[in-house]
Design a protein around this ligand. Structure first.
Ligand code: HEC
Length: 100
């Protein structure tokens, strides 16, 4: 399940590749089993200001535990952006199915 805040909503739902504005936050909940109510992990992308990390679209990547009590990882460039670079043309965001 992927969530986006209002700032990033337009870019996320746009049919054409769009740049996400500063302050966009995208949250991906990873569930172990389909009927779990609490995620196992929460992956977050935060759009920082220009110059934060120019080569990876100025995104900050965070990995948080399912209880939301611990930040497990925090990256500018690293494994997260390495894989998300495949989607550089879409501002490093993979397409997701929009339900609302
Ligand atoms: C091996 C490739 C890979 C790595 C590494 C990876 N991701 Fe992703 N990520 C994806 C794919 C593919 C999606 C598309 C959604 C899906 O498949 O559920 C995605 C989706 C996301 C989304 C939802 C926005 C989007 O792009 O659709 C966030 C947020 C996210 N990842 C954060 C992270 C964070 C934080 C890390 C590092 C801790 C990370 N990802 C590492 C492949 C990767």
């Amino acid at each position: 399940m992927v969530w986006v805040n209002n700032i990033g909503r337009e870019a996320m739902t746009s049919e054409k590749p769009a740049k996400f504005p500063l302050g966009s936050v995208i949250v991906r909940e990873k569930f172990k089993r389909q009927d779990d109510t609490q995620p196992e992990l929460v992956a977050v992308m935060v759009k920082r200001g220009a110059g934060f990390s120019p080569k990876s679209g100025d995104w900050e990547y965070l990995l948080i535990n399912g209880e939301l009590t611990r930040t497990r990882d925090r990256q500018k460039k690293g494994s997260c952006s390495a894989c998300h670079s495949q989607q550089e043309a879409r501002d490093f965001v993979f397409p997701v199915t929009i339900t609302k």
